[in-house]
Design a protein around this ligand. Sequence first.
Ligand code: 0L1
Ligand code: MG
Length: 267
Amino acid sequence: MTDVVALASMLDDAARTATAIPQLTATTSLTLDKAYDVQRAGVALRTERGDAAVGVKLGFTSKAKALQMGVSDAIIGVITDEMRVDDGGEVDVSRLIHPRIEPEVAFRLGPDIDPDDPHDDPQTAVLEIAPALEIIDSRYRDFTFSLEDVVADNTSAARFVVGPWRPFESAQARLDLGNLGVVLELDGAVVETGSTAAILGDPLRALPAVKRMARHHGLALPAGSIILAGAATAAVSLPSQPGISVVATVTGLGRVCLTTVGGDVDG
Ligand code: 0L1
Ligand code: MG
């Protein structure tokens, strides 16, 4: 267990000082279960400092990314209050190592989901849906890692922004949530376009996946939890200059944005 806490501390220091470290698996043998133990210990370090878990996120939800990593299942991480940025708010890039940004869809739970109850249908617990932006920032040098490394690193979770919440039931009645157009703009230019179909074929599939993985890895899904379903396009590097605007638009759900601050004026 000491080993697990020591590994979690290394990743935690890397995040707090915005300093990349070598992959843990370069010097330590890590199974997937142990990697999730390291992730849990890292989240515990955050909560001991007063941060709070506010939900979960899925990674490797696109076929392309899963193939690239040679994995057949998504991975799950924890998002916390300190990672949250208001819609239209500022992200200080000087506090991040090599951030990348991806457009996503977020769900918010009304009641809690009991991961251990096989009769608890996760979709019926969803109250709201929104467009979202996730900033991932691997704590590893060159953004290079194994599956176990990235799980230990809390799936590269760094910041997230959620746009306007809309009632889930009416969005589902009115829209084909499995194929909504998605546009990502950086500094006024379109840099990625895609579809919500890139998220597990349909972002609604994120809900049973989250429940299954929460059960397996001992994560709670209390009332009000936010679920980041996964990326609808490839992730794009977030420039390290201040004043860069990022906008994601999901057809029918609306837009969500942020602006960079801090960092190097010359990039
Ligand atoms: O949120 C994501 O899809 C990323 C998961 C971790 C992999 C990465 O950092 O690219
Ligand atoms: Mg993501």
